[in-house]
Design a protein around this ligand. Structure first.
Ligand code: NAP
Length: 249
């Protein structure tokens, strides 16, 4: 198993890509902390599935955009798990209200709302995690291809992911050689995000992908596993694109 004996926190793992990462890491031998925010029961389903498959997991509540909530989460992790070897910063905010907007209709409040989760949340969780991490640890961040190549939609969202990419590059140098820091930049992955796009817009996105389909959360999880594991032991500060060939090179 590729993560035997490792302890991993996956933020935003109550559903979507994060849930798939949590399940794969547990299958590969890690003890996984499933972070959830909304209080809905999805996280229980994820933890139950991991345990049923013979894996180790516990759910820890925290809103990654709230400093006191993040502090409480890491205190609980220290108490119950002892330390951390892997952090995946999956928690992100993207909803319909942030799409199809001109710059005139884009408000400062939107910037604060999205940056609070994607950028500040990534910072706060990284800050908490490094205190619990030892030599050989790995941090995997999550961004999106418009942050690299631009798009007509999602200005605020892509800008927050741009901050995550800059953080990845900075922290890979600041935390070396103890901790590697890399980032996954996804194209369109089939989660709730595709559901709320609507049929026509989803089809427009799909038809722009050379491989002719949306990515699967399991494919995103495979990349996270590679970056979290020893298989990527000489890779740090990189942004790896997983997009079916969509972004112009
Ligand atoms: N799907 C795509 O095509 C795509 C493309 C590029 C990048 N991404 C990125 O990949 C990541 C996962 O996306 P997804 O499509 O799997 O999203 P999703 O299905 O909407 O899941 C988002 C997850 O983030 C959690 N979350 C949101 N705000 C949070 C907060 N303040 N604190 C803690 N957790 C929070 C949610 O928890 P609750 O359910 O408890 O609220 C949920 O588990 C995000 O960072 C997203 O931006 C996705």
């Amino acid at each position: 198993m590729r993560l035997e004996g490792k302890r991993a926190l996956v933020t935003g793992s109550s559903q979507g890509i994060g849930a798939e990462i949590a399940k794969l890491f547990a299958k590969e031998g890690a003890t996984v902390v499933v972070n959830h925010r909304s209080g809905k029961t999805h996280h229980e389903t994820v933890v139950r599935a991991i345990k049923k498959a013979g894996g180790k997991a516990l759910a820890v509540h925290a809103d990654v955009s709230d400093p006191s909530s993040v502090t409480a989460m890491f205190a609980e992790i220290k108490d119950k798990v002892g330390g951390l070897d892997i952090l995946v910063n999956t928690a992100g905010l993207a909803d319909r209200s942030l799409w199809n907007l001109s710059i005139e209709k884009t408000s400062l409040d939107m910037w604060k709302r999205v940056f609070a989760v994607d950028a500040f949340g990534t910072f706060l969780c990284t800050q908490g995690a490094v205190k619990l991490m030892k030599w050989g640890s790995s941090i995997v961040n999550v961004a999106s291809i418009p942050a690299l190549v631009g798009d007509k939609e999602g200005l605020v969202y892509a800008s927050a992911k741009g901050a995550v990419i800059s953080m990845t590059r900075m922290l890979s140098k600041m935390l070396a050689p103890k901790t590697r820091v890399n980032c996954m930049a996804f194209g369109s992955i089939a989660t709730t995000w595709v559901d709320w796009l609507g049929k026509d817009q989803a089809e427009a996105y799909r038809s722009a992908i050379p491989l002719g389909r949306f990515g699967k959360p399991a494919e995103a999880a495979s990349l996270a596993l590679f970056l979290a594991s020893e298989e990527s032991s000489f890779i740090t500060g990189q942004v790896i694109v997983l997009d079916g060939g969509e972004a112009p090179r």
